[in-house]
Design a protein around this ligand. Structure first.
Ligand code: AMP
Length: 399
């Protein structure tokens, strides 16, 4: 058994999976929620044991990890230290272009990137610190959401702002969801039976957060999220791209201060702002019941995605495959059909019956003669983090 523990720490949550990298199977998984609040909650699932649920105050991430380790003691699965711990870290700035074994210097650099991800990196740092303290002799690896996009060319990442100011404040496109885009790009190539190095893909991660990536030869050459995960496509609660003049307008005419605008654009916009719900199933239900706002919201959502695919086909110069993933991409046949409608100009020919079929497997949903293969690939960010963790630990300390 090669147990790799994957930790994804949010500001008040800790998601984890224990993956046996011998056979790539999940041995246990769970979630600690409402860390720091009056009443926290742990749900722990280990193979061969009953699901375990605990409630009670969980003051911080250290206490959360202790609860998780205590749960493992009861269900088994992690009796000794894991082989390695892989941490999801949201922002690697332009410093980290791949998975990195964490030492004091790396931790300091991740801390230095907090201004770029003030909500996420502090939680990720907390996760690393507690895992290091509990397992001081186990390699800890940071896997960055931004890393897959780190090799984008300057014409894709540079914003047209005064150079000195942008450079000083580290303002550029970084892109996110990189672990997911990397995983589905590789899985798509395997499904197509072609080397990833030869392929041009557009990958669409459509979940609560949504982003697109243009992938050439296994590397992201452009992506829709920017300095922060607010940019690009319309999302559950995030606006995606706007005319930047709207920010000043909201302030001058709407009387909103910067914090209020930040909250508005991140938490109250997107599908929630347009249709009253950030859950696309609910938006569909409302549209089906005759709600014109919900119907229009779906049009806006799909239109933005379709235009982005067109733009990325132009960026790539050729499009071999279009890949849908995440909660919406994997499950929502209607969104997939609407995105593909109108992409005939690129050679996208969906097959209605294949698209409508429900499955948890990687599958082709384009017609046999379609010039562009359209695929649905279930993403697995935890497995990708575990794979990258294992690779970097073995590279750093060959066994
Ligand atoms: P994620 O962030 O990947 O968990 O995706 C969450 C989004 O996926 C939410 O908007 C859900 O409404 C959407 N979703 C999940 N399952 C389905 C489904 N069966 N049909 C449509 N949307 C779904």
């Amino acid at each position: 058994m090669i147990p790799v523990l994957v930790l994804n720490a949010g500001s008040s949550s800790l998601k984890y999976q224990l993956i046996d990298m011998d056979d790539r199977l999940v041995a246990a998984s769970g979630l600690v929620e409402r860390i720091g609040e009056a009443e926290g909650r742990l749900v722990h699932r280990a193979s061969g044991a009953d699901e375990l649920t605990e409630e009670g105050k969980i003051p911080d991430h250290g206490a959360a990890l202790d609860r998780v380790l205590a749960a493992f003691e009861r269900t088994g699965g992690l009796t000794e230290a894991p082989f390695a711990v892989g941490h999801r870290v949201v922002h690697g700035g332009d410093r980290f272009s791949g998975p990195t074994v964490v030492d004091d210097d790396v931790l300091a650099e991740i801390r230095d990137l907090v201004p770029l991800a003030p909500l996420h990196n502090p939680a990720n740092i907390a996760g690393i610190e507690v895992a290091r303290s509990r397992y001081p002799d186990t390699p800890q690896v940071a896997v960055f959401d931004t890393a897959f996009h780190a090799a984008m060319p300057p014409h894709a990442w540079r914003y047209a702002l005064p150079r000195d100011l942008a450079d000083r404040l580290r303002i550029r496109r970084y892109g996110f969801h990189g672990t997911s885009h990397a995983y589905v790009a590789r899985a798509a190539a395997a499904h197509l039976g072609r080397p990833l190095e030869e392929l041009t893909l557009v990958t669409l991660h459509l979940g609560n957060g949504c982003s697109a990536a243009a992938v050439a030869g296994g590397r992201s050459i452009d992506t829709s999220m920017g300095l922060t995960p607010l940019g690009g496509l319309v999302m559950g609660t995030r606006s995606g791209d706007l005319d930047p003049g709207i920010v000043a307008h909201l302030h001058r005419e709407g009387g909103l201060d910067l914090d209020a605008i930040d909250t508005l654009l991140n938490k109250e916009s997107g599908m929630r702002g347009l249709a009253g719900s950030n859950d696309l199933r609910e938006v569909h239900a409302r549209a089906d019941a005759g709600d014109a706002d919900a119907a229009e919201a779906l049009d806006v959502f799909c239109y933005r995605i379709r235009c982005t695919v067109g733009a990325y086909a132009a960026a790539l110069g050729r499009l071999d495959a279009l890949v849908f993933t995440a909660g919406i991409g994997e499950n929502d046949a209607d969104v997939r059909a609407r995105v593909c409608a109108g992409l005939g100009v690129l050679g996208v020919e969906p097959d209605e019956a294949r698209n409508a079929e429900r499955s948890r497997e990687t599958r082709t949903i384009s017609a046999d003669g379609s010039a562009v293969a359209v695929l649905v690939v279930p993403t697995d960010e935890e497995l990708e983090i575990a794979e990258q963790t294992l690779a970097v630990v073995r590279g750093a300390a060959p066994m």
